[in-house]
Design a protein around this ligand. Sequence first.
Ligand code: UDP
Length: 307
Amino acid sequence: MKALVTGGAGFLGSHLVEKLLSHGFDVIVVDNLCTGSLSNLESVKSRITFFQEDVRYFMPRQKTDIVFHFACPASPVQYQKDPVFTIETSVLGTKTVLEYCKAHMSRLVFASTSEVYGDPLEHPQKETYFGNVNTLGPRACYDEGKRAAETFCFIYNSLYKVPVTIVRIFNTYGPRMDPHDGRVVSNFIVQSLRGGDLTVYGDGSQTRSFCYVSDLIDGIIRIARHNTEFEVLNLGNDEEYSIIELAKTILELTGCKNNIIHLPPQIDDPVRRKPDISKARRLLDWHPKVDLRSGLASTIEYFRSLI
Ligand code: UDP
């Protein structure tokens, strides 16, 4: 089997590339390195074909059986830096990928996001929930970009029978996160190890459900093996924690005594987020295995080796 991974030099993409190689896939990577890094592919660089290209305008000539479309800045700090680029990468990039899939009749696994649910009014979030998204806020370039990209997937499946699985990925963490990408897990660990204050936005009562990267990648591989014409699936961990609990757990695990400070809340920051993963459990026989404390311990080890 030949696979193409867009965004394959990123945090999730590079873990996926390694796993696909270990399952015997030939792998092509397309990444413009806007947030990814070649160092993430260091251990596999001799075994892949790599194109440093922008997915809005480029797909390779080679045919592949399955495309994993992961290219897009994904942390709020990164995706808000250049909102035009972000929304174009989701919308135009996904159209470019779908045209390729249509031409080669390749299967598409599209990396969507829990952000399509916005600040959810339904809890936990099921795939059937339509979401509560502000089209005019600072997160809209990402949320609405991914929503439009999902619609493109739906249209190409309906009109041209391109087989698509849309994966709505909930907060995922682990080794190879970029220390500068501004996500809560990496921020708190880096702040903790560098002796800085842990910056909680708002009162810290907002919640997230954190999935360890190996669990997420296991789910994606199961999706690759599960042949369907069209499917939408949540993948994530369904244990819910407040951000203040996360800060305290990280301090406990690092053994550091930093202060926790409160900064103004972020605009449109979702108040609660937790996936309903019953569909993935049923269809893929998948469930997350790594609890938060074990996953954080491995992630802290990784950041210790960097800092
Ligand atoms: N957050 C925080 N301090 C930080 C970074 C993030 O309190 O230094 C909060 C943020 O306001 C949000 C949650 O942590 O409520 C998760 O933020 P992240 O940027 O990791 O991803 P999101 O789930 O918002 O896309």
